[in-house]
Design a protein. Structure first.
Length: 106
């Protein structure tokens, strides 16, 4: 299973959703989550993310590990997203900023 991690927070470019063959992405206010029960591990979304935020679950760093449960939880609460939308105006200024978990809106 692939996991959306910290650098998606406040970037939310959504390029990832266009390539997912099984529509596994769910949209929150400033972050996307992958439903681990839907993801088929194709890895197509990984190179699409300008923030390099999508990581295989077996490759997560200690800092990224909390995002496994966050994806599982929030994908059950948020609506499905399958088409690219405009990112936040300030997305580029947040790309690469560390430790954005406190900024994740539910
Ligand atoms: Fe979708 Fe494949 Fe990415 Fe999983 S790895 S979320 S199936 S594009
Ligand atoms: Fe987030 Fe990257 Fe998709 S920033 S919305 S995981 S393209």
């Amino acid at each position: 299973t692939f996991v959306v991690t910290d650098n998606c927070v406040k970037c939310k470019y959504t390029d990832c959703v266009a390539v997912c063959p099984v529509d596994a992405f769910f949209e929150g206010p400033n972050f996307l989550a992958i439903d681990p029960a839907i993801c088929i591990d194709c890895a197509l979304c990984v190179p699409e993310c300008p923030a390099e935020a999508i990581i295989q679950d077996t490759e997560l760093t200690e800092e990224q590990k909390p995002y496994q449960a966050i994806n599982a939880e929030l994908s059950q609460q948020w609506p499905n997203i399958t088409e690219v939308i405009a990112p936040p105006d300030d997305a580029d200024s947040w790309n690469g900023v560390p430790d954005k978990l406190p900024l994740l809106e539910r």
